[in-house]
Design a protein. Structure first.
Length: 85
């Protein structure tokens, strides 16, 4: 896994992933979260600029922005962690 990421990973994370067989999110590239468990991601396959939110409670994905600039503008201009809902 370290060679795929291009950097080493903590041994505790490697152990956890080995036990749980990881989580298959191959089509998504996560880059942040809302502080409550939901995650933000680009779509890797097919590659596109859109940003999606992954809801950790329902495993659903929701389109939230057409590109990173729009995502940042909306996120930084909001007052709460659930601005994208």
């Amino acid at each position: 896994m370290a060679s795929e990421l291009g950097q080493p990973i903590p041994s505790s994370l490697a152990s956890l992933l080995a036990e749980t067989d990881g989580i298959d999110f191959d089509a998504l590239l996560f880059f942040g979260d809302n502080g409550g468990g939901d995650q933000f991601a680009f779509v890797r396959t097919p590659e596109r600029d859109d940003i999606f939110a992954w809801d950790h409670g329902t495993d659903s994905r929701k389109w939230i922005a057409p590109h990173l600039e729009s995502f940042l503008r909306d996120a930084l201009g909001s007052a709460g962690e659930d601005w994208y809902r």
